[in-house]
Write a protein of this length. Structure first.
Length: 189
C-alpha cells in the first residue's frame, strides 16, 4: 500500500468516525443536555414557589385559623364520638330515637364499612330495617333531615304488605342507609 492509499484509507476512516459522532452521539448528547436543562428549570421553579410559600407563612397561618374556626362551627353538626365504632353506635341511637318518636319499629341495625372522608372528618354508615305505615316513615325521614346532626339517607327500599282488611293500615317494610360525619381523635380511625 502506498502512502497515498494509506492517507486515503485514514481519511475515509476519519470521515466515518466524524459521521458516527455527528449522526449518533451528538443528538444523544444534545437530548441529555436538553433534559438536564429542563430538570434544572423545574427545580428552580420549585425553589421559587417554596420561597414564595415561606414568605406567605403569615397568610397561610391565617387561612389555617379560618379553617379551624369553620370546623369548630361544624362541630355541632357532626356526630360527637371519636372513633368509628362509637360513631356507628351514636348514629344507631339517633335513628332509633327518631323511629321511636314516629312509632316506627326498628327490626335491625348494622354498621356498614365506610372509608369516605373529607379533610379530618370521617363518614360512618348504618343500615336499618324498619316496619311502619306511610306517615311513620315520612315522619322518620323528616326527623332525620331536621335533626341537629347532618345525616344523609340513601338506599331507601320500601316494600308494602297488602292490607288484611280494607280499613287496615298498610304495613311498609323499609331498608334505609343513613350516613353521618364525625371527627376522630388523633390516632383513632
Amino acid at each position: 500500500m502506498t502512502p497515498r492509499d494509506r492517507r486515503a484509507v485514514l481519511a475515509g476512516v476519519a470521515a466515518i468516525a466524524i459521521a458516527v459522532v455527528a449522526l449518533r452521539l451528538a443528538p444523544m448528547a444534545a437530548a441529555q443536555l436538553r433534559s438536564a436543562r429542563e430538570d434544572l428549570e423545574a427545580r428552580a421553579g420549585l425553589l421559587a414557589r417554596m420561597r414564595a410559600d415561606l414568605r406567605d407563612t403569615a397568610r397561610l397561618q391565617d387561612s389555617a385559623e379560618v379553617v379551624r374556626r369553620r370546623m369548630a362551627g361544624l362541630a355541632g353538626r357532626l356526630l360527637s364520638p371519636d372513633s368509628q365504632t362509637e360513631a356507628a353506635t351514636a348514629l344507631g341511637a339517633l335513628v332509633s330515637m327518631a323511629a321511636e318518636r314516629q312509632r316506627v319499629q326498628v327490626s335491625r341495625t348494622e354498621a356498614i364499612a365506610d372509608s369516605a372522608y373529607a379533610g379530618l372528618a370521617r363518614r360512618v354508615s348504618l343500615r336499618a330495617t324498619l316496619e311502619s305505615d306511610t306517615a311513620g316513615l315520612l315522619g322518620l325521614l323528616r326527623a332525620l333531615a331536621d335533626g341537629a346532626a347532618v345525616l344523609m339517607v340513601g338506599d331507601l327500599r320500601v316494600a308494602a304488605d297488602p292490607p288484611a282488611a280494607a280499613a287496615a293500615p298498610e304495613l311498609l317494610h323499609t331498608e334505609i342507609t343513613v350516613r353521618g360525619w364525625y371527627l376522630p381523635r388523633a390516632g383513632t380511625p
